[in-house]
Design a protein around this ligand. Sequence first.
Ligand code: UGA
Length: 441
Amino acid sequence: MRLSVIGCGYLGAVHAAAMASIGHEVIGIDVDSRKVESLSRGEAPFYEPHLQELLTAGVASGRLRFTTDVSEASGASVHFIGVGTPQQKDGSAADLTYVNAAVDALLPHLSAGDVVAGKSTVPVGTAAELAPRIEATGATLVWNPEFLREGWAVKDTIEPDRLVVGVGPSKSSATGEKTDPADVLREVYHPAIAKNTPFIVTDWATAELVKVAANAFLATKISFINAMAEIAEVTGADVTQLADAIGHDVRIGRRFLGAGIGFGGGCLPKDIRAFAARAEELGRGESVAFLREVDAINLRRRDRAVDLVAEAFDGSVFKKKITVLGAAFKPHSDDIRDSPGLDVAVRLHGLGASVTVTDPAAIRNARRLHPQLTYVEDRDEALRGADAVIVVTEWDEYRRQLAPEHAGNLATGRIIVDGRNCLDAGAWRAAGWAYFGMGRP
Ligand code: UGA
């Protein structure tokens, strides 16, 4: 099939490369000429495992191309919209500027019978608002949300755990006809369909809501366990044992019960805020009012991490040399958008500490945003002379591959704050470190 993908950021670039890898002919379109040039050379503009191989193979095969010229979309019959929907600068709602611009740019190049598939995360009601313009060209609009996780984006795109397609009112009764847009999407995702991946055909509003509801649930799960961490802190309980114990109940499950400095990234924080804002617009603000609390709990954990470091020094980090292990919002990513760890680093610096940050992938991005911090590529070099160490991203380099004895030989002080509860507290204490976890005695 011939596909176009409008927007070649995280979502679009991975989608384009993944679709080419399963045999489609794909044109990726973006307004950013530098990004297009890099992708055209087969180079990933961000760190994502396996993306590089897919891009190289796709570009070499001739099935994957990138351009800034949206008129090239006219050669495709299915058009994916994968542009960003960031948080508005002066509010908590989603900014739909890029979605609207992508649709406007695409309109003159649509033909009757084309399918436009929205993948961006949008406020419920967006598809219904965009549809008249798109359907006036004879094309059909579906909403096909994306559930990829950074670090697993390629796998999540090629082998998703479910596919959701929201179709408009006029099409929902057209099942069985060749022009059914859901069938077109079945054809696009043929390898996943062949593996019996659940394929849910629904209406636009449900499809839009599935996406934000999933992210709201995940964020709530993390904040739930972080709320338990707050209670553990005043009772002497251990939140990791608590999570293990409740996680054995299959109705609860252990995943996403990792207490620590909380969630960040380009999705969960902005999505829960946009969802709450949209619910208010709909007159149902109270239905998801708890998401404001989820957000507040999440942000409080950053304060707690800063306090833990300060408490280790009897209240003040002024002039203390603190090494921050991690900058990315999570491991296997160079993404620092709303990174809780980087926020903690910036706050410690603001309190007068001398902060050194290291990360296996995210230093370049972190330095661009926060040039006031000191960055050191080499982990051991970063640890040398530290008065205290704080782990903020649970990369294997820190979690598994850093022996407490070895770290102790490099650092000056033996204070370790485990912002992700990812270290073996017993082993660090046995090596003479004062270990402080989040919600752990
Ligand atoms: C999230 C969702 O997991 C994806 O399903 C969704 O498709 C994506 O957003 C999106 O909307 O595009 P992602 O932002 O890549 O994916 O990251 P997650 O793996 O969800 O992690 C988010 C944050 O939660 C990270 O900062 C992570 O460190 C934190 N986290 C995760 C915890 O603090 N505790 C946990 O137990 C799990």
